[in-house]
Design a protein around this ligand. Structure first.
Ligand SMILES: NC(=O)c1ccc[n+]([C@@H]2O[C@H](COP(=O)([O-])OP(=O)(O)OC[C@H]3O[C@@H](n4cnc5c(N)ncnc54)[C@H](OP(=O)(O)O)[C@@H]3O)[C@@H](O)[C@H]2O)c1
Length: 301
């Protein structure tokens, strides 16, 4: 990955800063020398417009990074009001606040805006057609951003895993301690993306401030089954304990797109590099995750 290098110190406001991506974004921008205001949901509730306007008026950010969202995909089906209130209205509120204070907004969106019927990686201008409420609410959020502000990028990413939040890899590693065999779906394909890698990439967006939609994920794609196997392998466990099953084996409230690989060409053209392959990021995540768990245990003793 190319290295970010800028002498300009920016004032960066991060929403959802206690979340999996938000916490890495706050840390990465702080380490790069920027002045960061990392807002938890308690400090800045994006569903409250006044709260958004007041916070931005006080801090006067150059950049706002909206990592706040209602991300519980299955729960969104039964909590539609909450989903639209945070993912659509909240995104619009933040965009309006950005416009008012003249900040550049980086808004995070998702591969779930697509229906998964494509046979090639999705480009930014491909037709959207979400098949669950989460995807629809995030698509409405994109529209709200576009209509409320002029200086923005919408960064669609997918299959996030990171140290500071629950995610698929952590679940697999936990289940591997409890069971001899794990059934994992092998007919959904996407691009696993490490939140640390994405957070570093957002530095490029903050520096170049391009306008519009971008797809940004780790390179290469896989199925959840393949991801589970690699996570076990890199954690020193037996990858063969995972058995492939079809999505129909695990009925869930929200449908998932069968194929949601995002074409990163537009991002690569802008940034001059592509993110590393997901396997490398999973290897680093697993090594860091197991070491941090050892450290926690030692500290507790
Ligand atoms: N996770 C994925 O696989 C994935 C894939 C593609 C795209 N994305 C997108 O990536 C972004 C970051 O996702 P993530 O995985 O980091 O999610 P996350 O861990 O659930 O973090 C989201 C954060 O937003 C906060 N939040 C919720 N409602 C809020 C509100 N009204 N005001 C302010 N903050 C609020 C949450 O706080 P509480 O926990 O206190 O509610 C949480 O800290 C989201 O836009 C998501 O749609 C995620």
């Amino acid at each position: 990955m190319a290295h970010y290098n800028s002498s300009k110190r920016l004032r960066v406001l991060v929403t959802g800063a206690k979340g999996m991506l938000g916490s890495d974004v706050a840390e990465v921008f702080g380490s790069a020398g920027h002045e960061v205001k990392a807002c938890s949901r308690k400090a800045l509730d994006i569903t409250r417009k006044k709260n958004c306007i007041q916070t931005t008026e006080e801090f006067q950010p150059n950049i706002i990074i909206n990592c706040a969202a209602y991300t519980k995909v299955d729960d969104c089906e039964n909590n539609q009001e909450t989903a639209f209130s945070i993912n659509e209205k909240g995104a619009g509120n933040i965009a309006e606040a950005a416009e008012k204070c003249g900040a550049y907004l980086i808004h995070i969106s998702t591969d779930y805006v697509f229906d998964g019927t494509s046979s090639r990686p999705y480009q930014e201008n491909d037709p959207t057609n979400p098949i669950n409420i989460y995807g629809l609410s995030k698509l409405k959020g994109e529209e709200a951003v576009k209509s409320a502000c002029t200086r923005y990028s919408i960064v669609r990413t997918s299959w996030l895993f990171g140290i500071n939040g629950p995610n698929f890899i952590k679940t697999i590693l936990k289940l591997a301690l409890e069971k001899n065999e794990l059934m994992v779906v092998n007919d959904q394909q996407g691009c696993p993306t490490f939140t640390k890698d994405l957070a570093k990439t957002l530095l490029i967006f903050a520096q170049q401030q391009p306008t519009g939609l971008f797809h940004c994920t780790n390179s290469k794609s896989c199925t959840w089954y393949e991801l589970a196997q690699k996570a076990l392998y890199f954690s020193g466990k037996n990858p063969d304990m995972v058995k492939p099953v079809p999505t129909s084996a695990f009925p869930r409230p929200a449908k998932r797109p069968a194929y949601s690989v995002l074409d990163n060409s537009k991002f690569v053209e802008m940034a001059g590099f592509k993110l590393r392959p997901w396997e490398e990021s999973v290897r680093d995540f697993c090594s860091f995750y197991s070491n941090s768990k050892v450290l926690t245990k030692k500290t507790a003793i």
